[in-house]
Design a protein around this ligand. Structure first.
Ligand code: FCA
Length: 341
């Protein structure tokens, strides 16, 4: 069987084109025009680049970069291999540091070692590194949600709306989608449960449904198991560590024939529920605790920029706050935060 040499030729050409792209050719024109005053370059690595939350963090990073005149290289880091490859590539291309939301908090020590060897500074965002001793790696600056308080805000929103709808505890169940291996997630869902309990919902009406993966299918599967186990519940309160967790569980309730009026779903992030809240007919997804993803992206990028440029070490621990949004106010809140035009 004779094979045409063309595909091979094309591959070789592509390879040559790739090789010709030296790190310098990636330098923006303005930096190249001022030799000796090269722009500061930082990386911004995220565990789930498909999630709107992280795309809005990147947007905030880009805005900060444009304002202060530095460069951000945005990279998906869905597993350990990708993180390590990204650090190599950043170092080879002249970056001096990176911000990361790691795919696994236990990679912290390996990431720190690799970054040190490559001469790169590190800031963690959202998911804080855990050391070999099981404690937070506090020597790495961290910025993330005030997870407990934001969880409580979600629980208060659920309890308030439940009261408004006149549901009794006997008829109601709380489906809390959990991902307890991640501290920020556990702190949020613990906060939700704390607020529901404080509002008077008995502990035996609160059910945890652990998600295996932090995506819609993962939370839908977790909720489906719970819904099968609790066939007598008439109304469900639904929440989790982020919008995605709540969305998946709301989809599960729909799949089992619950009407939107019998579901109160509250998310966290406020970035991953925009299409849902815009649906002409309300679904069981009632609202979310909004936290500014562009704010987090911009703030961490600026911290890194000043650390590199001026030697100003970032604060060790910075926490961000949340605001409840629903169909009534989300367009305004998200517009003010620069999330939607
Ligand atoms: C975690 C979640 C994201 C977002 C972020 C602040 O990383 O996975 O959805 O909530 O915290």
């Amino acid at each position: 069987m004779s094979k045409s040499p063309l595909p091979l030729l094309a591959a070789v050409l592509a390879l040559l084109a790739g090789c010709a792209k030296s790190p310098d050719s990636a330098t923006p024109a303005s930096a190249a025009a001022a030799p000796g005053a090269a722009k500061v370059k930082i990386g911004y690595l995220v565990k789930q680049p498909e999630e709107p939350w992280f795309q809005f963090e990147w947007k905030g990073a880009d805005q900060a970069a444009a304002q202060d005149g530095f460069e951000v290289v945005k990279l998906g880091a869905q597993d350990g291999g990708k993180v390590l490859a990204a650090i190599d590539s950043l170092a080879a291309n002249g970056a001096q540091g990176f911000v990361i939301c790691t795919p696994d908090v236990h990679l912290g020590p390996a990431i720190v070692a690799k970054a040190k060897a490559a001469g790169l500074k590190v800031i963690t965002v959202d998911d804080q590194f855990i050391g070999a001793d099981g404690k937070f790696l506090t020597e790495v600056p961290y910025l993330g949600m005030s997870a407990g308080k934001i969880g409580e805000a979600s629980g208060v929103a659920l309890a308030t709306e439940m009261k408004k709808r006149g549901w009794t505890a006997a008829d109601t169940g709380a489906c809390i989608i959990t991902f307890e291996e991640l501290d920020t997630a556990r702190n949020r869902t613990d906060g939700i449960i704390r607020a529901l309990t404080a509002a008077g919902l008995p502990a035996d009406r609160i059910f945890k449904a652990p998600q295996k993966t932090t995506d819609v299918p993962g939370s839908r599967d977790a909720a489906n198991i719970l819904l099968t186990q609790q066939p007598d519940v008439k109304h469900w309160l639904v929440a989790g560590m982020n919008d995605t967790a709540t969305l998946g569980a709301v989809r599960a309730t729909e799949g089992r024939g619950f009407a939107a009026a019998d579901i109160i779903g509250v998310g966290i992030n406020g970035t991953d529920c925009i299409d849902e809240l815009r649906k002409p007919t309300p679904t069981g997804f009632f609202g979310s605790v909004f936290v500014s993803a562009p704010g987090e992206g911009g703030q961490t990028s600026e911290m890194m920029y000043h650390w590199i440029k001026d030697g100003t070490a970032p604060a060790a621990d910075t926490r961000t706050a949340g605001t409840f949004i629903n169909r009534d106010n989300f367009e305004k809140v998200l517009k003010d935060a620069g999330i939607i035009p």
